[in-house]
Design a protein around this ligand. Structure first.
Ligand SMILES: CC(C)(COP(=O)(O)OP(=O)(O)OC[C@H]1O[C@@H](n2cnc3c(N)ncnc32)[C@H](O)[C@@H]1OP(=O)(O)O)[C@@H](O)C(=O)NCCC(=O)NCCS
Length: 154
């Protein structure tokens, strides 16, 4: 099996056009300007995966005022899926958010997205709620949560 040499690193503004293209590739929609707004508030919660300096995946997270971690978006370029890149990005953002002391991490996923639900379940996310008609096409969202570690600051 072909195993690409993957690097996970923090997003930088020069990655923007590649992230935008990847967003369109993965979701057929473009929320990339919103990601840039989030990046301005949470520059250390936006990561990209690269192979030979090409951006092949990204993950965007944030911490709410209630100290809840949110994973806002996760995507891998179609041709690079099934190589562990999605899991590596997810592990990275979980680590970053938990180090910030979040009580839990929450995300929404399409009810029909079995691949993503499998990935999240395998990383100890549990289905806690359902939001009907959450997506533009009427698909429901499954809300998933993972209990965070409590980091003590002395
Ligand atoms: C979800 C996504 C990020 C996964 O990325 P990936 O790099 O292919 O994932 P990985 O190779 O790390 O696989 C991780 C796990 O996902 C699940 N998975 C991956 N491919 C799968 C498939 N074809 N069928 C079922 N489950 C699958 C498995 O649980 C897998 O773990 P395993 O390899 O131990 O069995 C990718 O499919 C994607 O970008 N999808 C479109 C965007 C999207 O749906 N994002 C999530 C929004 S909430």
């Amino acid at each position: 099996m072909y195993t690409p040499q993957v690097t996970i690193r923090q997003f930088s503004i020069s990655d923007y056009s590649e992230v935008r293209a990847l967003e369109l590739n993965a979701f057929n929609e473009d929320n990339s300007t919103y990601y840039i707004e989030l990046y301005q508030f949470f520059p250390d919660s936006f990561y990209v995966a690269t192979v030979n300096n090409k951006v092949v995946g990204f993950v965007v997270g944030l911490v709410t005022v209630e100290k809840i971690g949110r994973i806002f978006s996760l995507a891998v370029l179609k041709d690079y899926r099934g190589n562990g890149i999605g899991r590596a990005l997810l592990k990275k953002i979980i680590d970053v958010l938990e180090r910030k002391g979040v009580m839990k991490i929450r995300l929404e996923v399409r009810e029909d997205n079995e691949v993503a639900k499998n990935l999240y379940k395998s990383m100890n996310f549990k289905e806690v709620d359902i939001i009907p008609y959450y997506y533009k096409d009427g698909c429901s969202a499954i809300v998933m949560e993972r209990e965070g570690l409590l980091w003590m600051n002395y």
